[in-house]
Design a protein around this ligand. Structure first.
Ligand code: FES
Length: 155
């Protein structure tokens, strides 16, 4: 009886679908407001992400992204104002530089490039924010769990 029960449990465990953990760094003035807009507009999109508000996308350093991966993220999205709209003038240009440096580091660590993404979302683009999250969750789901943290993922 107990053998039968354990085989059923094993089968259920192996059939469990992978749901990626996504961390989104969103700038305060555009992308975070865009996420808020998505919520207020009741846009339906994937719930398996956590959003971290930063004052500007240029504030997101490679160290912050790497820490997110270290703590269990399967994918990281950095999001800011459209080019020319940054409230700190050149912040999102700095975000591009940081993104390129971070991409090089994660490649060296053996992570797929698709696990890190940089996108521009304005405060008025709630539907786009939802669409972006769904798209990114789909891509990371295809990649599977991050090879960096399979063993020490928090429950
Ligand atoms: S304030 Fe949004 S990217 Fe700089």
């Amino acid at each position: 009886m107990s053998t039968k029960l354990s085989s059923i449990t094993k089968k259920k465990t192996s059939e469990k679908k992978f749901t990626p953990r996504i961390v989104v760094f969103a700038c305060n003035w555009c992308s975070y407001a865009g996420a808020d807009n998505a919520g207020v507009s009741r846009i339906q999109y994937s719930p398996n992400f956590r959003i971290i508000r930063t004052m500007c996308s240029g504030r997101v350093t490679p160290g912050m992204v790497l820490k997110a991966f270290k703590l269990g993220a399967d994918g990281v999205l950095v999001s800011g104002c459209h080019l020319g709209d940054c409230h700190y003038i050149f912040g999102n240009h700095r975000a591009i530089e940081n993104f390129e440096r971070t991409q090089a580091i994660i490649k060296t660590l053996g992570l797929e490039e698709g696990r890190l993404r940089l996108e521009w979302v304005s405060a008025a683009e709630g539907p786009r924010f939802g669409q972006l999250i769904d798209e990114f969750v789909g891509e990371v789901t295809k990649l599977g769990p991050s090879p960096l943290n399979n063993s020490n993922r928090r429950k």
